[in-house]
Design a protein around this ligand. Structure first.
Ligand code: IMP
Ligand code: MG
Length: 190
């Protein structure tokens, strides 16, 4: 896999390698395995972005667990959030009295996870925690803690490992970030 890739005329550079990601996934799962001994949590994946992280994480989980998914939309095909979260697919499981672990690929503005938290906690779960692979801490506006964080990253646009750019490149095994525009280059596309 090259260190630089071009998507829709934008250049992206390697940011987190497959090995770094897989090591982090194992760390996160180890913390969860320790914290949920003798419990049967429900892992709730937020589609689409979290599907690869979710699949890797769950295979490192050794406690009994269940899974479900819900689908939110806020980005469309853009690189910045539209600021509006919509529920595109609801849960199928009973949340009441259960230990819920929401699995996110990335927390950016915090709008999606805030929406999720309100949606789930109103059903009275026994507990509610969040695991995210990536957190853009400087931009996330959150009034609750994120329990398990893989990497804190600067507020840059990243792709790969489930994260898309206009629905593409989710299948990359590593994570890439948007490269800064070279000064003097005529790379304007807007
Ligand atoms: P938030 O609501 O702004 O926190 O954004 C959360 C969702 O937006 C994530 O679950 C991703 O699906 C998407 N997202 C946020 N930042 C990025 C990014 O850098 N690349 C790709 N998708 C992103
Ligand atoms: Mg997402």
């Amino acid at each position: 896999m090259p260190d630089d890739i071009i998507i829709n005329n934008d250049r992206f550079t390697l940011y987190l390698s497959e090995e770094e990601i897989q090591n982090k996934v194992k760390d996160l799962a180890a913390q969860i395995n320790r914290d949920y001994q003798n419990k049967v949590p429900i892992f709730i994946g937020i589609l689409n972005g979290s599907f690869i992280f979710f699949a890797d994480l769950i295979r490192q989980v050794t406690v009994d667990c269940e899974v479900d998914f819900l689908k939110l939309s806020s980005y469309g095909d853009a690189k910045i959030s539209s600021g509006q979260v919509r529920l595109l697919k609801d849960l199928n499981c009973q949340v009441r009295g259960r230990d819920i672990i929401v699995v996110e690929d990335i927390i950016d503005s915090g709008l999606s996870i805030d929406f999720m938290k309100r949606l789930i906690t109103k059903e009275n779960p026994a507990s509610f925690r969040v695991v995210t692979l990536l957190l853009k801490k400087t931009v996330a506006k959150l009034d609750f803690p994120i329990d398990y964080v893989g990497f804190e990253i600067p507020p840059e646009f990243v792709v790969g490992y489930g994260l898309d750019y206009a629905q593409k490149v989710r299948n990359l095994r590593s994570i890439f970030r948007l490269a800064p525009r070279e000064s003097g280059a005529s790379s304007e596309k807007d």
